[in-house]
Design a protein around this ligand. Sequence first.
Ligand SMILES: Cc1ncc(COP(=O)(O)O)c(C=O)c1O
Length: 370
Amino acid sequence: MKNFRQQLDDLKGKDRYRSLNLPSGIDFTSNDYLGLRAHPELRRAAIAALEGGLDIGAGGSRLLRGHTESHAALEEFAARYFGVEAALFFASGFQANAAIFGTLPGRDDTVIFDALIHASARDGIQASNATHARVPHNDLDAYEDALKNAKGQRWIAVESVYSMDGDRAPLKELYALAQKYDAYLIVDEAHGTGVFGDSGKGVSEGLPHENLITLHTCGKALGVAGGLVCAPRDIINYMVNRARPFIYSTAPMPLQAVLVKRALELVQEEPQRRQALHKLMHYASSMDFLDGLFGDHFSPILPVILGDDGVAVDIAKSLQQKGFDIRAIRPPTVPENTARLRISLSVNITEQNLRDLNAHLLPYLRKKAA
Ligand SMILES: Cc1ncc(COP(=O)(O)O)c(C=O)c1O
């Protein structure tokens, strides 16, 4: 029999054991960047929808009876909202990435992906029959070399804002490369949606759409759950016909679709949330300990890279005891020797919270630097 206990003990010995902990303390961890998760308007929308007779479950796959007016209304709205031909809604961003990469690139194609791309895209790429090429993080020359050497249809896979590092992909340059080599550019906007772009539509807002596929996850700044794939209509129709995670799964709850649509409207109606977040990001960038963290990027995700897993766990624990909800992120979520604290900024925290965190974190970082 496989000895799971032994494997868990090994993880403990390496400071890599994970357990589930309820939220406690000031939220420096969630991806609820705009504070929509607890927005009274979303609660009201949920209550109104249910009192209006909305069914709880979809009752089946989208291709069977699980396709409801709520799903259709969301996808139509999202296509207009993001200025694309069509959109397809999934229960989660993870499922959407599995569908994109498991379905679109074929056996004769090549997927060129960034070394820091999210596990959900990696799993999708792994499951596909296409050849794949991993390129060093944000290295445009390496992208171009890989494109030159690739065979078949080329697909470039990046994140607009990298989930554990907070830096951004050079999207304009990547889009130009995609055009030059007749490739599709797939942009995971998980941490860009609601946060960046002139009207909060993501870092890719304003890029032309012919060879662009974007994924807007709905459980982060949008405060709900799900994933919206935006693409040319033929691609969406192809996914409806071929994407196994779409076809062989019960449709998301109709309520989820109703709430995601309302959340998109709220991003439009309340730009002051995005402005408050950006103000906080500016404030944080002026602080001692965060100085070095921003580097040449600017985002609500601030990694404090400590290297050693045990050190990251110990510092996270001390900060938690002082009332800050900050978690240690360790391999394999991040590369070896880059264990870190992932500090996430959202409108749920104040400038005073940041000053307090600064006061507590600074001594650890000075000790490490000494
Ligand atoms: C970059 C990125 N893509 C996709 C996902 C998966 O999205 P979801 O949480 O909606 O499943 C995440 C979530 O952590 C993410 O950070």
